[in-house]
Design a protein around this ligand. Structure first.
Ligand code: HEM
Ligand SMILES: [Cu+2]
Length: 479
């Protein structure tokens, strides 16, 4: 029921997926280098003027979140097309919007001087205080809007293709099986994940588009006043959902590749179905955990943010972790690069959720929120979780999974340094070092110095993974 029979990829679809993943591999290494530049600046080993630091921070944040969206959608597209009839034209259209948006964003940052962070928090875009003007901010915001349009098209195409085959989104989430019938007839895991992602991301992108347009109008007509609390809610609904959905897309690689390796199906049981349906609602309802410091927020919304922070992330993580353990147990699986990276990614995701849940607790958040604890938790599940998953997929896609030697060394370096680098942020946060500060006090510098050395190792290991993929494109799978 849930094992797929891969059909041949058309030339254009294969080129499309390889372009998505190739660009992602390259951009991850580039953006990691920008991250290293920031850490080196905080370490006083590099003398970057503060305005340039904040430009780099904006580019790193927007770049990492954007490329994770692109890479995640590439993974899920590759597997979803095994079950439903997706449009290759839309795949390319999304990429075109994406790249046009990237040009505008980079221009807004490095030519226009925009340095207000990827979260474009109102009223920052309009208040550059001389560091940037309207053109820089406008270029950045329009760039984001274009990227949103591309993704909206892609997810609408997912919806069209899924409804054409399954009749409704309820069916493709497996509700008939969850609430009655036998799970033998369940839709495959990739279709369930795609349904969840299209629902939450269409909602998120629409919220993002609304707030981007509002801020753009305010930028050109300052007398058009916005409600700061409303804009923050819309921004974080979009930002939270979009970055979370990247992992829910990439995880399909686990659902598809482990069964192929172990020759066992990925079991879609009632618990699995319930987990994905519950998380569809919870991933949207949990976003107020970004506003725990905003006293003007209604208390019930903040309490909801805390409760769903405890509950929201777990169902999918548990069914995925449990499923992955049971599928490989005594399967005789060969631990090649893809299998290792995919397994590491589940571990990284689990470990990263712990500090996230701690930060989602109102009493803790009020002390820790603007500290390095926050980049600590998300770097853990993004570097050791999401990005490991994506590189695992790339080894699989390019048929390089059997590699040993330097690739294996890179795997261990990535694991150890990825965890250590994230712990560097977490311990900084525990010592009350604030996040998003270009200049650090002398007492804080040693944290940044050790982190810089470790960050260089992470970036080097990622460079090995990226180069392996980029130099093996001609060997890539054709099905
Ligand atoms: C070698 C790898 C990396 C290094 C050295 C690095 C470094 C950094 C540094 C120094 C900051 C600013 C911390 C602060 O002072 O607040 C930062 C922020 C951030 N990083 Fe990374 N990072 C790396 C990988 C990643 C990855 C893989 C992702 C996502 C997939 C990511 C996403 C972000 C985001 C979203 C921010 C927040 C930006 C903001 O506060 O506006 N980073 N990173
Ligand atoms: Cu969140």
């Amino acid at each position: 029921m849930t094992t797929s029979t891969p059909s041949p990829l058309t030339g254009s679809a294969r080129a499309g997926i390889l372009t998505y993943m190739g660009i992602s591999a390259l951009v991850y290494v580039l953006m990691m280098s920008l991250g290293l530049v920031m850490r080196l600046t905080q370490a006083t080993w590099l003398d970057l003027p503060p305005n340039l630091f904040y430009e780099v921070m904006t580019a790193h944040g927007a770049g990492m979140v954007g490329i994770s969206g692109l890479a995640g959608s590439g993974v899920i597209w590759y597997f979803l097309r095994r079950y439903v009839d997706l449009s290759t034209g839309i795949l390319w259209a999304n990429l075109t919007f994406f790249l046009t948006g990237v040009v505008l964003i980079l221009g807004g940052i490095f030519l226009g001087g925009y340095a207000g962070g990827w979260t474009f928090l109102f009223p920052l875009p309009a208040k550059g205080l001389g560091a940037w003007g309207v053109p820089g901010a406008a270029s950045f915001l329009i760039g984001l809007l274009l990227i949103g349009v591309g993704f909206l098209l892609l997810y609408l195409d997912f919806a069209r293709a899924i409804i054409a085959k399954y009749g409704s989104l309820g069916n493709s989430l497996g509700w008939p099986q969850l609430f009655g019938g036998s799970t033998d007839e369940s839709p495959p895991a990739a279709v369930i994940a795609a349904t969840m992602v299209l629902i939450v991301n269409i909602a998120g992108i629409l919220a993002g588009a609304v707030v981007l347009v509002l801020i753009l109008v305010n930028l050109f007509m300052p007398e058009f006043a916005l409600d700061p609390l409303l804009t923050k809610n819309l921004t974080y609904f979009f930002g939270h959902v979009f970055i979370n959905a990247t992992i829910y897309q990439a995880v399909v690689a686990v659902y598809e590749i482990l069964p192929e390796y172990t020759k066992r199906p990925w079991k879609v049981n009632k618990v699995f179905l319930a987990a994905w349906t519950a998380s569809t609602v919870m991933v949207m309802a949990v976003y107020p955990h970004h506003l725990l410091l905003d006293f003007a927020m209604p208390t019930w919304a903040l309490v909801m943010g805390q409760i769903f922070s405890y509950l929201g992330g777990f169902p999918i993580l548990v069914v995925t972790g449990w499923g992955a353990l049971t599928i490989v147990h005594r399967s005789g699986i060969e631990w090649d690069m893809a299998a290792r990276l995919l397994f590491l990614s589940i571990f990284g995701w689990c470990v990263g959720v712990v500090p996230a849940v701690i930060d989602g607790t109102i009493a803790v958040n009020q002390v820790m929120h603007n500290t390095m604890w926050v980049p600590g938790h998300f770097h853990m599940y993004l570097i050791v979780g999401l990005v490991a998953m994506l590189f695992g997929f790339m080894y699989y896609l390019s048929n390089q999974s059997k590699r040993t030697g330097i690739d294996k060394v890179a795997f261990w370096l990535y694991l150890v340094a990825g965890v250590a680098f994230s712990f560097g942020f977490l311990t900084s946060g525990m010592n009350s070092i604030p996040r998003r500060w270009a200049v650090h006090l002398p007492e804080w510098v040693s944290f940044s110095q050790s982190s810089s050395a470790i960050a260089a190792v992470v970036a080097l290991a990622a460079l090995v993974f990226a180069l392996r993929f980029l130099t093996s494109l001609k060997h890539a799978r054709t099905t």
